[in-house]
Ligand binder design. Structure first.
Ligand code: NAG
Ligand code: NAG
Ligand code: NAG
Ligand code: NAG
Ligand code: NAG
Ligand code: NAG
Length: 556
């Protein structure tokens, strides 16, 4: 085994230099919206994702990757700048980091400045103020970003309800040829991305193409045939569909965006805890999974084109999502929380010269798989990394893979520093064998709230209304969250002013249903620790205390 590892290591080094001497690799960054790792390759065998599973089989699969804040704009701004929300100062949708926080260099901007042709298709940056109504063009992109025209109809009354009339529903499986423009946004984006790949075939400079899919974000406006993959009678509820007794109200997200859709309004679900009637829960899960299979098909078309054009050999493909989505776990839906279901994301990194070491890349790498013909197609497992990693790691990772200088680590106060990273390159993990989990690794996430009790804006409070910040650390064995007072004027948290805490022992409670924070044996050590340190250091120290005091013999 040891000699095998060594050989892999050498081969990788040699191949990196080989590739670099023969020109820089292209980058294809694919970002799905609100996608938790509900994919066959992550062990969700009920979800049909042959094309993503094929990519996974040719990739390093990060099984424990986490977003820094489980909502679109803060997460995207964070991973595209490699800064955490406390540095971008974006916790809502309402500011542009360059004027509000610091003039940070973005991931695509860095590649553009190093001679790459950078292109954006669909939802990459969050639209609106968060990217100055321009997806940060021209800083980040060589050409104006592309947005699908049919997106204009996304929230309109285009979903046929049981009454035969058109509604703005949550569940919106449609006949695409009856849609305005006879298409859907992600189909348009795929066509545009394919067009751009074709245009880059003969290009002299390497490209960085970012493709942002809108699904499975709500509404579930998807081609109706994908529902057939998921008969309702085969659907099951979340394993833990009740709001847990020990859940502090501040931690709960009341899924307000779901409630606003017409079909959900008609259910007269009580605020804030619901529940949604079980038969409707099953239909939400059905539609979500169908939306995932729909995205899978489009990614399959994109990757098979990359392959057909002969570009796959020299293109690093990275597939991820901005954050996850609760599917009824803890009685919650959507994102907007610190739970794993909201913060954990798929992360697949395909590096052609790494995969070829295993003799995997022979001939075509990415033939298209029609999910209707091959719903249960199985692929060899990819190379799994179980260590906890973060989306802020993407920037330094892609830089290193492209042979660019890795941005230096950010100093403690980094508002004046244009180029630095709060993550670290995952390239060492790309060559670490599966059994070497890094038990020290920690992923940091956070979520703001306006109040202790859930209210209308708890899911997405505007900056001036934020009163509490939930700081959360996730190691391989714990999730630990402190909800503390936050002053939005000075962006200051008071770590001694604790509103609530959550502690989950993941080796016996992976679903995070049993909060043991308040049981006395767990609350003794951490009160004594200093709170003048930055929150990440404080929470990390707490974690180390838990490890000493709590862990049953022999766990580590
Ligand atoms: C921000 O950075 C960009 C390029 O990195 C530069 O063109 C621009 O002038 C800077 N803006 C400010 C206000 O410093
Ligand atoms: C934001 O966009 C506006 C309008 O296009 C432009 O005038 C302004 O310079 C942009 N802000 C920055 C920081 O580039
Ligand atoms: C979809 O709509 C088109 C145009 O109205 C119609 O011809 C077709 O039969 C419909 N398909 C299905 C499966 O309902
Ligand atoms: C539904 O479940 C049944 C029984 O487990 C299984 O045989 C069938 O293949 C499932 N249908 C689909 C479309 O997955
Ligand atoms: C909705 O629920 C509330 C309380 O649960 C009840 O008073 C009201 O009559 C219900 N409305 C409808 C339209 O069912
Ligand atoms: C932080 O909270 C503690 C406990 O409520 C309080 O005593 C202290 O004054 C607060 N510090 C600041 C700077 O507000």
């Amino acid at each position: 085994m040891a000699s095998c590892t060594c050989l892999t290591f050498l081969t990788l080094q040699m191949l990196i230099s080989l590739v670099l001497s023969s020109g820089r690799p292209n980058i294809l960054l694919i970002v799905s919206d609100d996608l938790r790792p509900a994919m066959g390759s992550y062990g969700f065998s009920g979800v049909m994702t042959p094309n993503l599973d094929q990519l996974a089989s040719e990739s390093v699969v990060f099984r424990n990757a986490f977003a820094q804040q489980a909502v679109c704009a803060p997460s995207r701004t964070s991973f595209l700048t490699s800064r955490r929300p406390d540095a971008t100062r974006l916790y809502d949708f309402n500011s542009y980091w360059r004027v509000h926080a610091g003039n940070y260099t973005t991931l695509p901007q860095y590649f553009k400045e190093q001679g790459y042709h950078t292109m954006s298709v669909g939802k990459v940056f969050h639209p609106g103020i968060a990217s100055n109504h321009s997806d940060d063009f021209p800083y980040s992109w060589s050409v104006p970003p592309y947005h699908p025209a049919s997106l204009a109809y996304e929230k309109r009354k285009v979903c046929r309800g049981k009454d035969g009339k058109l509604h703005a529903n949550l569940l919106c499986a449609v006949n695409v040829s009856e849609m305005p423009l006879k298409t859907l946004p992600d189909m348009e984006s795929t066509a545009e991305a394919i067009r751009l790949l074709q245009s880059m075939r003969e290009a002299q400079e390497p490209f960085f193409l970012a493709v942002g899919y809108h699904k499975p974000h709500i509404p579930f406006r998807i081609p109706q045939e994908f529902l057939k993959l998921y008969p309702l009678e085969n659907m099951t509820l979340a394993p833990d569909p009740e709001v847990p007794k020990g859940l502090p109200p501040v931690a709960y997200n009341p899924w307000t965006d779901i409630r606003k859709r017409e079909d959900v309004q008609a259910l007269n679900v009580s605020f804030p805890y619901g529940p949604i009637p079980p038969d409707f829960q099953l239909r939400i899960r059905q539609h979500y999974f169908a939306a995932v299979s729909y995205v899978d098909s489009l990614v399959g078309m994109l990757l098979s084109t990359l392959d057909d054009l002969g570009l796959a050999r020299n293109t690093v493909v990275l597939f991820t999502s901005d954050h996850g989505w609760s599917l009824g776990e803890h009685g919650e839906w959507a994102k907007y929380s610190n739970f794993d279901v909201a913060t954990r994301v798929p992360l697949l990194i395909h590096v052609p010269w790494v995969m070829s070491r295993a003799g995997r890349t022979v001939g075509r790498s990415f033939p298209f798989w029609d999910v209707f013909r091959f719903p249960h197609k199985r692929f060899a497992k990819g190379w799994a990394v179980r260590s906890v990693v973060e989306l802020v790691d993407l920037f330094p990772t892609l830089a290193e893979l492209a042979g660019l200088k890795v941005p230096p680590p950010c100093p403690h106060a980094s508002f004046a520093v244009q180029l630095c990273t709060e993550g670290s390159s995952l390239v060492p993990s790309l060559r670490a064998p599966e059994h070497r989990i890094d038990t020290e690794a920690i992923a940091y996430s956070q979520y703001p709230r306006p109040s202790d009790e859930p209210r209308d804006d708890s899911d997405l409070p505007s900056l001036p209304d934020i009163r509490i910040m939930g700081y959360s650390v996730r190691s391989w064995d714990y999730r630990y969250t402190l909800w503390v007072t936050f002053d939005p004027t000075h962006f200051q948290a008071n770590l001694s002013d604790i509103h609530a805490g959550e502690l989950y022992l993941l080796w016996e409670d992976p679903g995070q249903d049993h909060n043991v924070y308040d049981s006395s044996e767990h609350s003794v050590p951490y009160r004594k620790l200093s709170s003048v340190l930055p929150w990440r250091d404080v929470l990390k120290q707490y974690l180390l205390c838990f490890r000493k005091g709590l862990k049953p013999e022999g766990m580590l």
